[in-house]
Design a protein around this ligand. Structure first.
Ligand code: ADP
Length: 615
């Protein structure tokens, strides 16, 4: 509803300045000037009638004059153009009827003008519905009147008045002016609107291109950031691998106890740094939408045992009670999903639980919530009796690079990326995480995942990610009979491996790229191949595929272990797809590599060659 402009207002400015649309303003302007014009004309006619002593016409014009003054005052006080328009149209219709049927008893030029004015005014001011109604109200009686009067059926016994010439000319002139004014005014408003529309669409077009440029820039800078992070992380990983590898080598060369302690610290710190770099790489990969989920069969209970098996020693070392509770109905379930990502999620939650708990228990629960034969819903929960989280921080901890408080950073270290990765991984697969926590009492992180159940039996080779590997002292089986080929382009890594292999008394040959490795396999006799994945000329995947295609059946099945520096989560499937038998992530633990070499070169290893792999 429009705001009142003050009772004594007479100016149009005050009633236009209320933030109305241009069409509304045009309507108000039309009413204002139209009423003024009618006011002027009716005043002159009224005076003329008084001078000529025309009683009936004098009363009618006098009443009309008062009506127009009231409407004009109302408009300049409360610019309610709808009401004023209706009032004008009703008044006009009544004048039309009274003129035609009673006063003049004929359809003259003034009647025609009035009908036209009402039709145009009705449509322009009040829209189609009202315009049509007022048109019918005026046109139909006039037509009926014409039909009746032409058949001399008109029976009102009332002497018609006659307009004097001056009033007639003035009336006709005013009506013509009004007709032209209304058209002209609306045409102008229409044109202004069109210009405004054109301007708006040009402005919108300009804004769109600015927006597109901004989006483009943001996308490019986000891409540049991702690429920078990826490159940096890879670049940091390479020297870190060397640091960890070297400390492993030094550890194997019987260091003094004090040296051993320093080496432990060196190895631990480098390992920590590597974990951070891996987290950054992973997070970056998730954020840039490069994550593709796998759908492979795996034994859920076995996977959980493997993940927790690797974490349990840490908990025990801290004096914590560690419980892995797997619902008996889940025990033999083979489900279809992405074990690598599930491992990452559980691993992060369990290591946080251990990290933030000083005493008490870490409880990992795997429970069957719903079994619909071909699909199961499993609830995973990781509960601890640790430091807990304040309620107001429960959302913030899932933000990247955010920890609960500065004290957390100081006391426990970490980057604040773990939970951000967990949350995003779960969200990408449509899973919502729940957290319950009480400061000082503990926390519980839980979520439900629905898995399709596999009915086929799986002959699976389970790679145990956190499998405790035999220690150096566990017996050094003789490897001197083995001839190993290493495809590796990085000099530091080559040097490290040479030192390691000479300790193991392994015979080793080196190739700088995949193509040379394939060539060496063709002409040499190797028991096993260690294959770096990123190499110039020919990468490790292609080299492995070429080797598997060799004509000599013995050479074509030479076991291949991939050496992967790429962290992480998407490499495993590609490794097996290209025909390699296993992989170790760099920096590899010497014992892990040794074990894998031994396993693959002992007679039964090749049985597993093309078996389904599940984590
Ligand atoms: P980080 O472990 O590297 O600090 P996370 O993203 O894994 O990063 O965790 C973010 C923060 O959430 C942690 O710094 C800690 O304050 C809080 N948090 C996570 N898990 C727990 C837990 N089990 N108990 C208490 N606080 C936790």
């Amino acid at each position: 509803m429009a705001k009142a402009a003050g009772f004594f207002n007479l100016s149009i400015k005050n009633i236009l300045a209320n933030g109305r649309s241009s069409l509304e303003n045009a309507r108000i302007r039309l009413l204002y000037y139209g009423l003024l014009l009618i006011l002027g004309t009716v005043s002159v006619i009224f005076i003329n009638q008084l001078v000529q002593n025309q009683a009936v016409m004098g009363y009618i014009t006098g009443t009309l004059l008062i009506c127009i003054i009231i409407l004009f005052k109302y408009l300049t006080w409360k610019p309610d153009w709808r009401f004023v328009s209706h009032a004008l149209l009703v008044t006009g219709t009544m004048i039309n009827m009274v003129d035609a049927f009673l006063i003049f008893q004929q359809v003259d030029i003034i009647s025609v003008q009035l009908v036209l004015l009402i039709v145009i005014f009705g449509f322009y001011m009040l829209g189609q519905k009202w315009g049509m109604l007022y048109s019918i109200l005026n046109v139909v009686p006039i037509i009926l009147f014409m039909i009746y009067s032409s058949n001399n059926l008109y029976i009102i016994n009332f002497r018609p008045s006659h307009l004097d010439q001056a009033t007639l000319i003035l009336g006709v002139l005013t009506n013509f002016i009004l007709l032209v004014f209304i058209h002209n005014h609306f045409y102008q408003a229409f044109q202004t609107n069109m210009r405004q529309l054109k301007k708006n669409s040009e402005e919108q077009g300009r804004l769109n291109s600015v927006l597109e440029a901004a989006i483009d820039k943001a996308e490019k800078s986000s891409l540049a950031k991702s690429e920078f992070l990826s490159t940096m992380s890879h670049e940091i990983r390479t020297p870190l691998n060397a640091v960890i590898g070297m400390s492993n080598l030094l550890m194997m060369s019987n260091p003094r106890p004090d040296q051993k302690e320093n080496l432990e610290i060196l190895k631990f710190s480098a390992g920590n740094l590597l974990a951070i770099v891996n987290d950054v790489l992973d997070f970056n990969k998730i954020e840039s939408g490069k994550i593709v989920f796998e759908n492979i069969r795996f034994n859920l209970a076995e996977l959980m045992q493997n993940i927790c098996g690797g974490q349990k020693p840490k908990a025990i070392e801290k004096g914590l009670n560690f419980v892995l509770d797997i619902d008996s109905r889940v025990k033999n379930k083979v489900v279809i999903g992405d074990p690598t990502r599930l491992t990452q999620v559980i691993f992060n939650l369990v290591s946080n639980a251990i990290k933030f708990t000083q005493q008490g228990e870490v409880h990992v629960l795997v429970e069957l919530v719903e079994d619909r034969h071909d699909r199961v819903t499993i609830q995973f929960s990781v509960k601890d009796t640790g430091i807990g989280i304040e309620k107001e921080n429960l959302n913030a901890i899932f933000e990247p690079f955010t920890q609960e408080s500065v004290t957390t950073t100081r006391q426990y270290g970490g980057t604040g990326l773990g939970l951000a990765i967990v949350k995003r991984l779960l969200e990408l697969s449509g899973v919502q995480m729940q957290v319950l926590s009480q400061p000082g009492r503990g926390s519980e992180f839980s979520f439900n995942i629905e898995f399709p159940v596999s009915t086929e039996p799986v002959v699976e080779k389970v790679i145990k990610p956190q499998e405790p590997v035999a220690t150096e002292q566990d017996g050094e089986s003789d490897m001197s009979h083995l001839n190993v080929l290493v495809a590796e382009d990085n000099m530091v890594n080559t040097m490290l491996m040479k030192k390691l292999f000479s300790k193991w008394k392994l015979k080793s040959s080196f190739a700088e790229n995949g193509a040379l490795a394939v060539e060496q396999v063709q002409y040499g006799n190797f028991d096993i191949i260690l294959m770096d994945l990123q190499m110039p000329v020919m990468n490790g995947f292609d080299a492995a595929t070429e080797i598997r295609k060799l004509k000599d059946p013995k050479k074509a099945v030479t076991p291949i272990i991939a050496l992967t520096a790429s962290a992480l989560i998407d490499i495993r499937e590609k490794v097996f797809d290209s025909g390699m038998n296993d992989y170790v992530s760099k920096p590899f633990k010497p014992n892990e590599l040794r074990e894998k070499i031994m396993k693959l070169t002992s007679g039964d290893a090749l049985l597993n060659d093309n078996s389904q792999v599940a984590l």
